[in-house]
Design a protein around this ligand. Structure first.
Ligand code: 3SL
Length: 237
């Protein structure tokens, strides 16, 4: 297995996709997607464009859908939810399809949606992603951070490092680029203080300004959910 870490969708090699792509947006899209599926959502369908989300979800039976929209960290007017994983309780999401559009996470998922296998990972379901890779042994794997509007984000890279570190402990993995070493080093330095790291992260600070400390605490937990969002058709996990 050959691992590559890309900090943002913009840094991926153009016109190519890997055998297996893992999109990561710890704060907060992939944490929310994993939480919604774990709470019994029928599926999660991602859109980078809010207007398309509204149009497409209009065709869905109202009591079987939830619209989640986030821009700049805040809930989009007219949506049922923003992007807080804490809103994805079984009472709210069970049996419903979550139509979601976020600033960066959904763009990362769309960048790799042509890959034969597309997964969504965060710290909360890190071990589920690791186990999938150990069982299936895909040849080329991209760990793709969402970043923030094209820039590096600490929380996505530390999660890529958490996945790469666990894999390197258990299997023979080739490091496809230097970013893998960097991500592992970041994770190993901060693994016991992830919440503190999120306080240093620019998006962590943005969310704190929006009063989202509880979200940060939730997103900083490792291996608490045994759920792995897998793309079943383009844009649907
Ligand atoms: O950028 C994204 O995709 C979001 O996850 C950002 S936020 O955490 O909802 O603000």
């Amino acid at each position: 297995m050959r691992l590559f870490v890309y900090h943002t969708p913009e840094l991926t090699p153009p016109d190519s996709v890997p055998d297996c792509a893992i999109a990561i947006d710890v704060l907060r899209a992939t944490t929310t997607i994993a939480t919604a599926l774990n709470a019994g959502a029928e599926a999660v369908q991602v859109f980078s464009d809010m207007e398309k989300l509204m149009l497409f979800s209009e065709e869905w039976q109202p009591d079987l859908r939830l619209r989640a929209g986030e821009r700049g960290g805040a809930k989009v007017t007219g949506c049922d939810l923003g992007n807080s994983p804490l809103d994805c309780t079984p009472e709210r999401v069970q049996g419903r399809r979550l139509f979601i559009s976020t600033t960066n996470g959904t763009r990362a998922l769309q960048r790799v949606q042509e890959s034969p296998v597309v997964l969504a990972a965060a710290l909360i379901n890190r071990q589920a992603a690791v186990q999938y890779l150990l069982d299936r042994q895909p040849e080329n794997v991209w760990l793709l951070g969402s970043g923030w509007e094209g820039s590096f984000s600490l929380e996505d890279t530390v999660c890529a490092g958490a996945i790469a570190s666990a894999l390197a402990d258990k299997a023979n993995v080739d490091m496809g680029n230097d970013e893998v070493f960097g991500a592992i080093a970041l994770y190993r330095q901060w693994q016991d203080n992830l919440l503190e790291l999120f306080h240093h992260a620019s998006h962590g600070q943005r969310l704190l300004r929006l009063d989202c400390l509880e979200d940060l605490k939730y997103c900083a937990q490792t291996d608490i959910l045994d759920v792995l969002p897998i793309q079943r058709e383009a844009g649907v996990l």
